[in-house]
Design a protein around this ligand. Sequence first.
Ligand code: PLP
Length: 427
Amino acid sequence: MTDLSKRSLAAVWHPCTQMARAAVLPPLAIARGEGAWLHDVEGRRYFDANSSWWVNLFGHADAQLNAAIKQQLDTLPHVMLAGCTHEPAVRLAERLSARTGAALGHCFFASDGASAVEIALKQSFHSWRNRGMELKREFVCLKNGYHGETIGALAVTDVQIFRDAYDPLLMRAHIVQSPDSRLGNEAQALAAMRALLESRHGCIAAVIAEPLIQGAAGMVMHSPAYLKSLRELTREFDVHLIADEIAVGCGRTGTFFAWEQTGADWPDFITLSKGITGGTLPLSLVLTTEAVYQCFWSEDVARGFLHSHSYTGNALACAAANAVLDRFDAGLLAQIGKQAAWLGQAFEPLARDNRIRHFRQHGMVLAFDMAQPGERFAERFHLAARRHELLIRPIGGTVYLMPPYLIDAETAQWLAHAVTATFQDVA
Ligand SMILES: *Cc1c(COP(=O)(O)O)cnc(C)c1O
């Protein structure tokens, strides 16, 4: 064990980690990152196949993002966003609004994904309340959905391992069958949603869902058509729709917003975080409509949305996000399309292996399930992968890749070989 890992185990309480297990399998001590590669303190390197929890769109220490942050650092690192404003925040809000054709023209800032979810839930409830419909205070989420770990976000999260211990503390949400391309159950999932909304819409504020891919559930995918029907249902029953694009936004599925693939009109809220600063600084955003915004417009202060965080609209983070959007303005989506195709081709042989099930891909997300994962599969796979210079963390028996947008044909082949070699080691 490296000295840094030892000190970390003594002083750092690691996230999403049973520390007793970490004492046996200590955290990798990373010294630096460069592009898709992480280098540990002992000189080994690892390809960051999950983009460091889905945030590093352009890998590590990207020159353009760094330059934007450095420039902002010397100009204005931060100023409170109540009573003050600044160019990076305004510009970012304008640019995101433009990407929705001004349908979601009002942007609220926070610092992490869970806070963005909390904000969307609060805004939805409060907007109904301000309209005299305080009975609309319940939320609907999808089976196995994930929206973050704070008390409010966890209430609309259906991942037992994260949720169960805190269940007594959580607000009650309705959990409805989720669509899953492996099961071909979209019509049933929609019927279940219709039944709930039909009977309960007078008490429901919003439905929250992860468009196209339920990430933490194990990259569970569904069709854009499901989302279009979901939008129609929420309209029919006068219930808000919150599209949580924290994981799937920023080009991950091939379009800037996953929602763009639905052909439906926009949801009432979109939450963004993770990739928006390319893995440099914490930032999250909630985009919403003129209709929601108007519900808060009043002479009465208490009818306003008074939510705040100290670092709301942090200028450094906004500068990084603007640098990310610059890449999209410069034609990144076309590149992402090509990169996704290279990945798909490279993984074709593995996809046909009969020891795996349900190989699936949407844009820059690839996943497959082990037919027989066996004991502690995720941990074994993770450790075996390190020997092939790959940093990857399966979810249960599901192996997935969510690499930075730095893939060329050769890298795609290398990744497929590394994953296949790891697979041979553990299968
Ligand atoms: C990661 C994630 C969140 C929570 O974001 P944090 O920044 O980890 O709080 C919420 N929703 C989805 C879909 C996510 O993937």
